[in-house]
Design a protein around this ligand. Structure first.
Ligand SMILES: NC(=O)c1ccc[n+]([C@@H]2O[C@H](COP(=O)([O-])OP(=O)(O)OC[C@H]3O[C@@H](n4cnc5c(N)ncnc54)[C@H](OP(=O)(O)O)[C@@H]3O)[C@@H](O)[C@H]2O)c1
Length: 331
């Protein structure tokens, strides 16, 4: 099979097409003939050598795919194996930038009604991440105010739509007027973080009540302002550290006096059982919304598999909104 590989970390031009042996599914795994694969910011970090795959994971790039099941391993107790020939989208344990990819069966979901491979491949990484961080262990009550940093990222466009569809009030930051307009279209009240102080604006917009939850991808540089944005009993969820891993002069008193929760998570190192639990919840709560067209992935651009380097460069240029997808074979 053809797959994208790289020998040493570096710029997008380290990516190359290699011919590899077709993998065989083990117990509880399926082999998927990949039609499309999503590109995510963690792939960029992995290519740069800043995000090594967890032990036991496929070392190649690609965290999400859509395609057709072509082989199944022996069944695993408690896991339903998708039928051969069924069309699935899946959160992979790496290796999605390829013509075939092995995936644990529990991490597969069906294509929503009327979806193409490109649309289906745009779902797993952001939906698993957003659902597990914002809606597990419980869906917040209607009216919950949620601030989403990076509102037009793949993660952000998913988070805004889900918050809005499930009865919450979404607020989002973005770096241009156009991106702010898109956040508003998706259902959020937007703040241009380059022109305005998001803390001041959140206080104005919420009449000093603050937000109940923040989904943050900036980390250190936003830590104190994030704490100040939170209402009593609020929750800060950190899922990336684009603004650094250290919070200087962190105001811990605010956590204590406002009963705040500071948490975070990384999807990739979670075990297959935990990813399967997220998949089941998505199937129950989110797939009906996708089937009905209430929410939908936003596709910025599609590149052929061989142009993975251009896809990475496009993401690094930062002008995209929503998802960047690799088309591996026709639907
Ligand atoms: N923890 C996990 O399990 C997990 C899983 C998947 C992804 N992630 C992380 O989630 C983030 C989004 O991933 P993606 O694939 O959706 O990437 P993406 O589409 O490339 O988005 C990156 C986003 O970061 C925003 N950003 C950068 N600096 C910012 C700042 N100072 N304030 C507000 N926004 C800022 C950008 O906003 P503008 O373009 O408006 O400047 C852009 O929307 C990445 O950091 C990724 O590593 C975490």
């Amino acid at each position: 099979m053809r797959a994208i590989t790289f020998a040493d970390p570096g710029e997008p031009d380290v990516l190359r097409v290699e011919t590899l042996t077709l993998p065989q599914p083990g117990r509880g795994e399926v082999l998927v003939r990949v039609m499309a694969a999503g590109v995510n910011r963690p792939d960029i970090m992995q290519r740069k050598g800043l995000y090594p795959p967890p032990p036991g994971a496929c070392p190649r790039l690609g965290l999400e795919i859509a395609g057709e099941v072509v082989a199944c391993g022996l069944p695993q107790e408690g896991t339903t194996m998708p039928a051969i020939g069924s069309r699935v989208c899946a959160l992979t344990n790496g290796g999605g930038y390829a013509q075939y990819c092995l995936v644990p069966a529990g991490q597969c979901l069906p294509w929503p009604t009327g979806y193409t491979a490109v649309q289906a491949a745009a779902l797993p990484e952001t939906y698993f991440t957003v659902w597990s961080n914002l809606f597990m262990p419980a869906i917040p009550p209607a009216g919950t105010r949620v601030l989403v940093h990076g509102g037009t990222s793949g993660i952000g466009t998913t988070a805004i739509q889900l918050v809005h569809a499930l009865g919450g009030e979404a607020y989002a930051t973005a770096g241009t007027a156009e991106k702010c307009a898109l956040c508003e279209t998706l259902g959020a009240r937007a703040i241009n973080y380059r022109d305005e102080d998001f803390l001041t604006r959140i206080r104005e917009m919420t009449h000093d009540k603050g937000v109940n939850i923040i989904l943050d991808l900036v980390g250190g540089a936003y830590f104190n302002r994030n704490l100040k944005c939170l209402a009593m009993d609020g929750r800060l969820v950190i899922i990336a550290l684009q603004g650094g891993a250290k919070a200087e002069q962190a105001d811990l008193a605010r956590i204590m006096t406002r009963r705040l929760t500071v948490t975070g998570s990384s999807l990739r190192p979670r075990d297959s059982a935990s990813k399967a639990r997220i998949a089941q919840e998505l199937h129950t709560h989110v797939w009906p919304l996708l089937d009905a067209g209430t929410i939908a992935p936003l596709i910025h651009a599609v590149f052929p598999l061989e142009d993975a380097a251009t896809a990475h460069q496009t993401m690094e240029d930062g002008e995209h909104s929503g998802k960047i997808i690799l088309q591996v074979s026709p639907d």
